[in-house]
Design a binder for this molecule. Structure first.
Ligand SMILES: [Zn+2]
Length: 137
């Protein structure tokens, strides 16, 4: 899709018109289903993968890369590289595999807020000069 005069890559979902969005989701979902079946047990994804923006974008990147590897690439090392990166990413995806995508609870909200406040405190410490920051390492 085009944004201004620049063509956006297919993994950029932000400005995809609604009519293209459904089609893109369908294409990626069909490919992800194939990926899970073909690369089981390496690839284990939660059913809610379309709702995890980072995962959706990464899977879309793999989809685009896979299409290129299977159509225009003539160097076998590129295909081996795709598989290597897929297995490596699949390890990271396992952390989400059991997600049930339940709505956020008040406790999760409070934990996230406390973590945000702690990060801000660490940022203030990091920004301050080392002589003024006895905890700097
Ligand atoms: Zn989820």
């Amino acid at each position: 899709m085009k944004v201004g005069s620049v063509e956006s890559p297919e993994w950029v979902w932000d400005h995809v018109p609604d009519e293209e969005r459904a089609d893109r989701f369908t294409q990626v979902a069909v490919w992800v289903e194939w990926l899970e079946t073909t690369y089981e047990p390496w690839v284990a994804l939660p059913a809610c993968w379309p709702l995890h923006e980072g995962l959706r974008v990464e899977l879309t990147m793999f989809w685009v890369w896979h299409r290129r590897v299977m159509s225009t690439v003539t160097e076998p090392a590129e295909g081996v590289h795709w598989h290597h990166e897929l297995r490596r990413s699949a390890e990271a995806w396992r952390a989400l595999a059991e997600c049930t995508h339940e709505p956020p609870t008040r406790q999760r909200f409070l934990l996230a807020r406390a973590r945000h406040q702690l990060t801000n405190e660490h940022l203030r410490q990091a920004i301050s000069r080392p002589a003024e920051n006895p905890h700097a390492t």
